[in-house]
Design a protein around this ligand. Sequence first.
Ligand SMILES: Cc1cc2nc3c(=O)[nH]c(=O)nc-3n(C[C@H](O)[C@H](O)[C@H](O)COP(=O)(O)O)c2cc1C
Length: 356
Amino acid sequence: MTAVSHLLYRSLLRPILFQLDAETAHRATLAALGVLPAIRRADPPALATRVWNIDFSNPVGLAAGLDKDARAMGAWETLGFGFAELGTITPLAQPGNERPRMWRLTEHRAIINRLGFPSLGKDAAMRRVERFRAHPRRIRIGLNFGPNRSTPPEKIADDYARLIAEMGWLADFIVINVSSPNTPGLRDWQAPQALAALLDRIVAARRALQTAPPLLVKLAPDFDAAAIVEICTAAAAHGADGFVAGNTTLARAEYGLVDAPPGGLSGSPLLARARALIQTVYRATEGRLPIIGVGGIFSAEDAWGHLAAGASLVEIYTGFIYEGPALVGTIKRGLMRLMRKGGWRSISEVTGSEAR
Ligand SMILES: Cc1cc2nc3c(=O)[nH]c(=O)nc-3n(C[C@H](O)[C@H](O)[C@H](O)COP(=O)(O)O)c2cc1C
């Protein structure tokens, strides 16, 4: 069944979607997925894993940016994801950057985007997530938050605090996005002192919630190892519970892409860079703060490599666009095969096995 749907996607659906410009294809797909009901078979127990005291039925998640406005949660459940990270959600609706702002680099199995957080805003997403969470679900929901572009630097912390105070209760985990390259100045919040001050404010906002979902910081993959260690140390000392490693890269030259459009590069070229980031974060925190590994995953082997480098969970975005929905099942089955082959009993055993 999965082989058939993979073939259908590759030979029929993808050629049609790839005829359209990237953003139109994305919208059409999301609209179609949005009407899928949430029907879900149970995952094999071997894939179950517990992170931050939350039970995940499998470790494969949807990365942020694909479902920015929480339009298709039922579809992510049906397609077999263990979790979906929705967003980036901003407090107020905003249009994002001018088009064109998303490009496929087919021969590189990559995407470049400079979307700049187009968002319907907190209230729209909140209504949908609330409705979805009114029923029992297998899938876990992460909410990824970012500031409005028009917010002045001295008010950025207020944007995050407001999102957490008003919407954080709906999340299994919260991701603080300070690493998108497409909102001017946003990445500067990763500087250790700035991040520490921001986290103090954010942790205080979370304290007001009855539930206290874990707070993850999403990192850029464009720092050297020493800088990553400083950032992680500051984040850990100021209340971060984990990391998403990582976001898109601004690097071009090493991929032979100097003439490519501006924006964040994702997909195959990012795999090694994301892997190095995961491993550095894992070592810097001595494996104490769980990591969601994301960047360049197109196969079970890619996902396994991120887990072995230190990730507790993984996410896909660009691989999903190129390989289609069957990739979720392919990765899950492949992870089971690799576990059996190596005699691993659980996903959590694999985490960091090649980083220690
Ligand atoms: C078109 C596009 C939009 C994205 N939007 C967001 C976003 O809004 N927030 C965010 O944290 N990451 C965003 N990302 C980054 C992804 O979540 C992920 O970190 C990155 O693409 C690397 O994973 P991949 O190689 O599997 O795509 C976006 C990526 C793409 C390709």
